[in-house]
Design a protein around this ligand. Structure first.
Ligand SMILES: O=C(O)c1ccccc1NCC(=O)[C@H](O)[C@H](O)COP(=O)(O)O
Length: 207
């Protein structure tokens, strides 16, 4: 039985972090994109990461950052993985000494195999709906756009929720799922019951 990995993204509060860890999240996402309502400063992120236990991966999300900003964050926050959510080149994502995910913003016409091939050093490809403001929009995309094999671990995101995640995992069989809006009561404010229900939905699909 495969255990689909779970990332909860866009945490801003200690209580939400504890809820995600207790529910069984494998990874926590912190948003370092200042226009986002889920943005956390490096100082705040450093406080939050003190609550993350061993074997839960801390992922830092960036959108077309200046390299100096990523380095500044890394001096303060013990990130274990980076996630690039804009139109960064592969070269811009490399060189920080950490594995990284590249987000593909899914819309009709995208050639995902070609997209993945242009990021050969990405540890995985994260599929998200194409939305204004880059991500975290709670929008699903057409899962039929996903080809059979990307040759890389694939992370499914975009509008996942406790209601649809079981069906999504059964249909797409991703390596991992990533959620933000679907476990929130307001942007950046997570709901412990929704997080627990989301994790249970994934486990139901895993069988
Ligand atoms: O969360 C944000 O505000 C955000 C801003 C800019 C780029 C990406 C952002 N979030 C990405 C995610 O939280 C997830 O990786 C993914 O997009 C799922 O979001 P959702 O559809 O809200 O579950």
């Amino acid at each position: 039985m495969k255990r689909t990995r779970i990332k909860i993204c866009g945490l801003t509060r200690e209580s939400d972090l504890v809820a995600a860890v207790e529910a069984g999240a494998d990874a926590i996402g912190l948003v370092f994109y200042p226009p986002s309502p889920r943005y956390v400063s490096p100082t705040r992120a450093a406080e939050l990461t003190r609550l993350i236990p061993p074997f839960v991966t801390t992922v830092g999300l960036f959108v077309e950052p200046k390299a100096g900003f990523v380095r500044e964050v890394l001096t303060q926050v013990p990130l274990q993985m980076l996630q690039f959510h804009g139109d960064e080149s592969a070269a811009a994502c490399e060189g920080f000494g950490l594995p990284w995910l590249k987000a593909a913003r899914m819309r009709p016409g995208i050639d995902l195999v070609k997209f993945a091939a242009s990021y050969p050093s990405a540890a995985g490809i994260l599929l998200d709906a194409f939305v204004e403001g880059y991500g975290g929009g709670g929008e699903t995309f057409d899962w039929n756009l996903i080809p059979g094999d990307l040759g890389r671990p694939m992370v499914l995101s975009g509008g996942l929720s406790p209601e649809n995640v079981c069906d999504a995992v059964r249909r797409v069989r991703p390596w991992a799922v990533d959620v933000s809006s679907g476990v929130e009561s307001a942007k950046g404010i997570k709901d412990a019951a929704l997080i627990a229900a989301f994790v249970q939905g994934v486990r139901n699909a895993d069988g």
